[in-house]
Design a protein around this ligand. Structure first.
Ligand code: ZN
Length: 132
């Protein structure tokens, strides 16, 4: 049971997340997916071990082209816009790679995270690079 956070700028943080996710979903042409966003003060579940640094957890019903990203507001509230952008891209890559999860061996979360982070960083780097 985690500590209950009082978060004074909740509405502003939710708006900042929705603006960033809408921009990246458009940029990555993910309009064919339905992505819902949930905002919470505490994260529960398998990825909550590292609760202080967990900003978001993604669950995808990829066969129905639907995903939900649960945002942990106290963690997001400490982030710069650039750091939030990195997390947004990371979570959207999780959505795109979700069909592969069923084929991963149990306990291979680190491999999934590594692959997700590498693709996310490549997208962010490509976005910053000059267009030819
Ligand atoms: Zn991840």
């Amino acid at each position: 049971m985690g500590k209950k956070y009082e978060y004074p700028h909740r509405a502003a943080e939710e708006a900042r997340i929705l603006e960033a996710t809408a921009r990246w979903e458009h940029e990555l042409e993910m309009g064919w997916l339905s992505i819902g966003h949930i905002f919470v003060d505490q994260v529960r579940g398998e990825e909550s071990d590292d609760i202080e640094s967990t900003a978001a957890v993604t669950y995808a019903s990829w066969e129905y082209r639907h995903a939900t990203i649960t945002w942990y507001l106290p963690a997001v509230g400490t982030m710069t816009d650039e750091a939030l952008n990195d997390v947004v891209v990371h979570e959207l890559v999780h959505v795109l790679l979700a069909p592969l999860r069923d084929h991963l061996k149990p306990g291979s979360i680190k491999q999934e995270e590594f692959a997700t982070e590498c693709v996310a960083r490549a997208i962010v780097a490509a976005r910053k690079a000059p267009r030819v």
